[in-house]
Write a new protein. Structure first.
Length: 335
């Protein structure tokens, strides 16, 4: 493979990483050794970065962190350019998924201070998206929205449909938490053409899940279930486990509202298995909270108490006093 062919192969892998992660991983994995043989550190870093993103999309956090450690070691010896920022951002996303919020916070803040030679604009935008998600997890919904609006402003000139769609999905999520359902639905409808143009099945599933949540909050339970089943089908077809668990949580809430308790328990239990395997602490806490409500509704106080205790334990882990203080300091700086 010539150097030109190598670059072409990596560019193809980059385009496929969010829509056909398996093919992207195969292309990048093969390109990694070829880039190393040519002694081109930036192309090697690009190949490893694509491998890391593909495994992240599959929910394989351990492999993702191993690839990111490779990039870190490579960057310690060579100039890898903007892949320093890209790897730092993905490291933050992975640690966020695992519930290590102080690590994700520090890494995203670092992304905002890197020089332009070490990070591209899109990655800076993603850092704002990530910090917004961090605030959302800590129930600082207005601050989350402020970060996501900042990301939207910075990305205004970007032609990256995947990034644009992800920003709008996060804004809609914040608006739902702020009980601005009409505006959230409008944002999601605006995001759907972008997501379909990008062929991002993960984001399309996320949109249907959020539409289902809005319908659930409005009491339109049958339509909510239909939207959520579409999201679940997409997630399972494309192996997006975090989104699958999140959709199962919302489906469980829907069946709880309908009084269909056995269905709720089945879906929530399935979601909890996935969330636990992924190490997704925030998602686990939400599922335990909803299971506690289900078992209370069917007069199983011991099981309800067990799940409530797990919810409290996990929420206390997330909302640690030290971390809250640091977030509040960051919040003041943002405004």
């Amino acid at each position: 493979m010539t150097l030109v062919e190598l670059e072409r192969s990596l560019n193809r892998a980059q385009k496929l990483v969010h829509t056909q992660s398996g093919e992207a991983l195969n292309l990048a994995f093969n390109a990694r050794e070829i880039a190393r043989s040519y002694a081109v550190p930036q192309l090697e870093a690009k190949a490893i970065s694509i491998c890391a993103m593909a495994t992240f999309n599959f929910g394989n956090n351990e492999d993702t962190l191993n690839y990111l450690e490779e990039i870190k070691q490579l960057g310690a010896q060579h100039d890898i350019g903007q892949y320093e920022g890209a790897s730092l951002n993905l490291y933050a996303r992975t640690q966020y998924t695992l519930g290590d919020y102080h690590l994700s916070r520090d890494s995203w803040n670092r992304c905002l201070t890197l020089p332009d030679c070490a990070i591209d604009l899109e990655t800076r935008v993603q850092a704002h998206v990530g910090l917004g998600q961090l605030y959302y997890a800590h129930e600082h919904f207005q601050t989350a929205l402020a970060h996501h609006r900042k990301a939207e402003d910075l990305a205004a000139g970007s032609e990256d449909y995947h990034l644009q769609g992800a920003i709008l999905i996060n804004i809609a999520t914040d608006l739902i938490a702020c009980e601005q359902l009409d505006e959230a639905l409008s944002v999601l409808k605006g995001a759907l053409p972008l997501v379909r143009a990008d062929q991002s099945y993960r984001n399309e599933a996320e949109i249907y899940m959020l539409i289902g949540r809005i319908q659930l909050l409005r009491g339109d339970l049958d339509r909510a279930r239909m939207s959520l089943m579409v999201a679940l089908k997409i997630n399972r077809l494309h192996i997006h486990q975090w989104s699958e668990a999140n959709t199962l949580l919302t489906l469980g809430e829907c069946h709880l509202a309908k009084g269909e308790f056995s269905h709720a328990i089945e879906e929530l239990s399935s979601g909890l298995i996935i969330a636990t395997a992924l190490g997704a602490v925030h998602l686990q806490s939400s599922i335990h909270q909803t299971l506690a409500k289900v078992y209370t509704a069917i007069a199983e106080p011991d099981l309800a108490q067990q799940h409530q205790a797990q919810y409290t334990l996990l929420r206390n882990t997330i909302l640690s006093e030290r971390h809250e203080t640091q977030l509040e300091t960051m919040e003041l700086a943002l405004f």
